[in-house]
Design a protein around this ligand. Structure first.
Ligand code: C5P
Length: 251
């Protein structure tokens, strides 16, 4: 991880309604970012073809489908994500340790079947950042959102997940609890000079990297920019500021 360049840590969210639109964005940003996120909107509209095309074009794909089902079903779905060649896949940690372990099983089976050296990494979603304390209590999750997030991150780690999706304010505490190898992928990123859109709690690229994020998920600050490539480069430059000391320490 430490020999990655800043731009490799940028994941661009393809929050668009069609395969054509998604592939246009990816083509424009090819070589300027590390990965593309295929979420439930474009996946529901276009199915696996977007992921398949991206992988065929040599892109890395974060398949953000947030699986939450019985272990047998999640194992089979995770297997299919692995067969598509996704680099990252999300599941809900609240599906429980058996479900998390089944997802890990599924991606390992796929890697074996494809002869792939690296299985898809399984990331757990802890508590959705759209849920406040009252919303969490409503579904039976007592305690502060921070406690819930940390409990579910630890559960995910002990069940074999490779990492979590975490909001900027959760990065540091998860990094301390789960160690340096645990992947932390962080949305809600806004460059120092930019609009926050509908994101309530944001962090700059520099502060998210400094807090310990491995990857930053960025949508509109790049995709809605007048010049998306320039926006991606500016964000990578902001990240460099935080990465340079980390990389020189790592030797
Ligand atoms: O456009 P923007 O940078 O806000 O896009 C962020 C992406 O990260 C979107 O795809 C959004 O669904 C996703 N995301 C998020 N907050 C979370 C989890 C995922 O913004 N807690």
């Amino acid at each position: 991880m430490t020999n990655m360049q800043a731009k490799d840590k940028i994941i661009v969210a393809l929050d668009v309604p069609s395969a054509d639109a998604a592939l246009r964005v990816a083509q424009q940003l090819h070589g300027h970012v590390g990965m593309f996120k295929v979420g439930s909107e474009v996946f529901t509209a276009s199915g696996p073809s977007v992921t398949h095309s991206l992988v065929t074009n040599g892109e890395q794909v974060f398949l953000d489908l947030k699986f939450h089902d019985i272990p047998n079903t999640v194992r089979a779905a995770a297997y299919q994500a692995g067969m598509l060649g996704a680099s990252l896949l999300t599941i809900h940690a609240s599906g429980g340790s058996k479900m998390i372990a089944a997802a890990v099983d599924g991606v390992h089976a796929a890697a074996k079947a494809r002869g792939a050296a690296n299985p898809t990494h399984v990331l757990a979603v802890t508590a959705l950042t759209s849920l406040g304390p009252d919303d969490l209590a409503e579904v039976g999750l007592k305690g502060s959102p921070e406690e819930t997030v940390l409990r579910l991150a630890r559960l995910a780690e002990s069940a074999g997940a490779d990492g979590v999706v975490a909001s900027p304010r959760e990065i540091a505490v998860i990094r301390r609890a789960c160690g340096p190898e645990f992947l932390i992928v962080t949305p809600g990123i806004r460059p120092a000079a930019g609009a926050s859109d509908d994101q309530a709690r944001t962090a700059t690229p520099e502060s998210a990297v400094r807090a310990g994020a491995d990857y930053l998920v960025i949508g509109r600050p790049i995709t809605a920019a007048a010049d998306p490539v320039a926006a991606a480069r500016a964000i990578a430059a902001e990240m460099e500021t935080a990465l340079a000391p980390l990389l020189s320490r790592a030797g």
